[in-house]
Design a protein around this ligand. Sequence first.
Ligand SMILES: [Zn+2]
Length: 120
Amino acid sequence: MKQREFLKKEKEDIRILMKFAGIYCRENHSGEKVPFAFKLFDIKKIERKEIALCSECTRLLTYGLTMRLKCPHDPKPMCKKCETQCYHSAYKAKIREVMKFSGMYLIKHGRVDMLYHYFK
Ligand SMILES: [Zn+2]
């Protein structure tokens, strides 16, 4: 994978993934956290706000971003309706948990606008 321009939809998805992972980790995990950095792409161009994650969430987010950027479909279908099913099952369950938790968190805090892009 080499550096390239991001598509608008990719940017949205990357922002959501980062945002949701950040909320999930902050609300569920204590212990040592480090600012998230993604080696393959310059995500600072997309999401300037830094998030700090524990090692487990760092691994999960790295995986999620990698798979998102490798998605062979254009336009990308909803992951659950996709025939490729690229996520390894352990990660798939975990990502689903993160999305559900952070989605509920945003609803409770009146940030439904954040969800619009993800669930449309
Ligand atoms: Zn965490």
